[in-house]
Design a protein around this ligand. Structure first.
Ligand code: PEP
Length: 257
């Protein structure tokens, strides 16, 4: 399948950053500077407490809003958690599942990630499933085994067809927030592997699913990364907090289309 057939996605994961004032400025800058003619899906993931405000601000426009996490349970006595239906209720369209910070710092295992993915899809949210290896795993030659295990856990629980309404993100843990991005060739190799693994079950889905690269994406490296045939855009952390950087990254993704 040619590059042009998958619409690129640029997703901005704000993590635990921002304030009402800073978010207002950032969103206003983004809305003003993103070109509506760019054939790219753009999504921002503010912290929960600011999400409803952000979604309201973005309503009717081209930028989508998403949550950084979701509870696997549908409702009930789960203090501090947020249900998928609540996210849907406020107009949120996407949710990140399995981010490495949640896997590592909050001990989310593959089964929990798969359940969160399923909970999101059940209410019509689009999960962005993150997979990726640590430096130690890469150096031990285990990259493919690790991302395969992370992907397979989700497919085993939710079925291969779940990928029709989902986005994948390859995020090598050693590249997140370190300033050290994977080379375009390293990213391409893993993206291609993921697509091949999916194709073994469903070739059509494999050619359609969008696979983003995440890990120190910046304005200065985005075009090179996005020029790879299986890299369909980026999941961007630090650089998504600067309208200037983020808009340039979106422009690089649009140029790929
Ligand atoms: C991320 O948090 O998903 C990420 C890729 O972060 P950064 O761009 O800062 O490396």
């Amino acid at each position: 399948m040619g590059l042009a057939m998958r619409r690129p996605v640029v997703a901005g994961n704000w993590k635990m950053h921002g304030s009402r004032a800073a978010n207002e400025t950032l969103l206003a800058d983004l809305v003003e500077r993103l070109n509506p003619d760019w054939q790219t899906d753009v999504v921002v993931f503010p912290p929960y407490v600011y999400l409803a405000d952000a979604v309201r601000t973005l309503e009717g426009g081209d930028v989508g809003g998403g949550a950084q996490d979701v509870c696997a349970e549908p409702m009930g006595a789960f203090t501090g958690q947020v249900a998928a239906a609540m996210l849907k209720d406020i107009g949120c369209r996407y949710v990140i599942t399995g981010h490495s910070e949640r896997r590592r710092l909050y001990h989310e295992d593959e089964v929990l990630v798969a359940r969160k993915f399923g909970a999101a899809q059940k209410v019509g949210l689009i999960p962005v499933l993150c997979v990726g290896e640590t430096l130690e795993e890469r150096e031990a030659g285990r990259t493919e085994a690790v991302v395969a295990r992370q992907l397979d856990a989700v497919l085993a629980m939710n079925g291969i067809a779940c990928l029709a309404q989902a986005i994948l993100a390859y995020e090598p843990v050693w590249a997140i927030g370190t300033g050290r991005n994977a080379s375009p060739q390293q990213a391409q190799a893993v993206h291609e592997y993921l697509r091949r693994r999916i194709a073994a079950q469903d070739a059509k889905l494999a050619s359609r699913v969008r696979v983003l690269y995440g890990g120190s994406v910046k304005a200065s490296n985005a075009a090179e990364l996005f020029s790879m045939p299986d890299v369909d855009g980026g999941l961007v952390g630090g650089a998504s907090l600067s309208a200037d950087e983020f808009v340039q990254i979106c422009a690089a993704a649009a140029a790929r289309h």
